[in-house]
Design a protein around this ligand. Sequence first.
Ligand code: ASP
Length: 324
Amino acid sequence: MTHISVIAMGGTIAMVPGSSGGVVPALTAADLLAAVPGLADVTITAQTLRSLPSPSLGFADLVALSQAVRAEIDAGAEGVVVTHGTDTIEETAIFLDLTVDSDTPVVVTGAMRHPASAGADGPANLYAAVRVAASEAARGLGALVVMSDEVHGARFVRKGHTSSTAAFVSPGFGPLGLVVEGEPRLRGTPRIPLHLPATDRVTELRVGLVTVALGDDGELLRRGGDAFDGIVLAGLGAGHVPATMVPTVADLAAKIPVVLASRTGSGPVLRQTYGYPGSERDLLDRGLLHAGFLDPAKARVLLLLLLADNADRDRITASFDYYR
Ligand code: ASP
C-alpha cells in the first residue's frame, strides 16, 4: 500500500466553535482523517505540527514544516499532505516548492467552510489531496495545492475569493489538473529546478511587501524602508509607480534588493514597453529586479529564501528569471 504522511498546521479545516463565538483551530491531523471515507487502500501516518490560523504562521513555522516534510520523505513517505489555513496557503506552498528538493508529491490543502458548517469542504479536499499525493503522475511537479478537486501548481496558485469554495485559481495558467471520481488527471509542467535551504536564517531577515497606489509619493518606503533587508513592490499595472515615488524607490534599490511585481493579480511584469518616469523600463534601469509572473506574496518568499542563502544580485536575478 502507498504510504502517505499527513501533517496538520491548523486553519479552517481544523476549526471548531470557540468561546468567543467564532471558530478556532482545535482538530488534530488524526481527527481530520477520521472524517474522510474511502482511504482504506493507503497507509497514512498523521502528525499535528501546529494548530494555528494561517495568518499567525511565521517563517519559523515554515522552516519547521519544510524539515518535517523532508523527514517524512526520508522515512519512506511516498507522498506528503499538509493541511493548512487557506489565507496563506499560497506562501506555504511556494516555500515548500523551493525548499523540499524531491520528486515526492507534496500537496497542501485546507477548507473554506469549517467542519461544523453545512457542506463543509474539508473532508473532500483532504480526500482529493491524499489521492493526488499517492499518484505517480504528481511526482516531479513540485508542491501542489488541491482544493475543490482542482490541482494547482505552487508557483501559480492564489486565493482569489474570501469565502467561495472555488476560491483557488491559477490566473493566466489554470489548474494543472483535476481529481475525477477519486482519480487525479494531471497535465502538469515539471517543477522549477531551484532549491533553497530552509534554515532559521529566514527568521532573522525582513522582506517587506508594499502595495503601490494612486498618488503614492513613497512616504511609507522613505520612513520604513531601512527596516528591511529586501522589498517587494506590488506595482501598478505591468510594474509601475507614480513619478513622485521614483526617487525614493531608486534610493532604496541602491541599498537593498527591491523586486518589482504587479498588484493586478495576473500576468508578468513587463520589461520594455513603457518609457515614462516610474514605468517598468525606468524602474528596471534604476536597479529594481523583475519578479516575472510571480505574484507579490510569492516573490517575497523567494527573495527571503535567497537573501537567507546569501545570494548576490546576479543570483537573485537569475532565480527570478525562472519565472519569466
Ligand atoms: N483564516 C483561516 C486560516 O487561514 C482561513 C482558512 O483556514 O481557510 O487559517
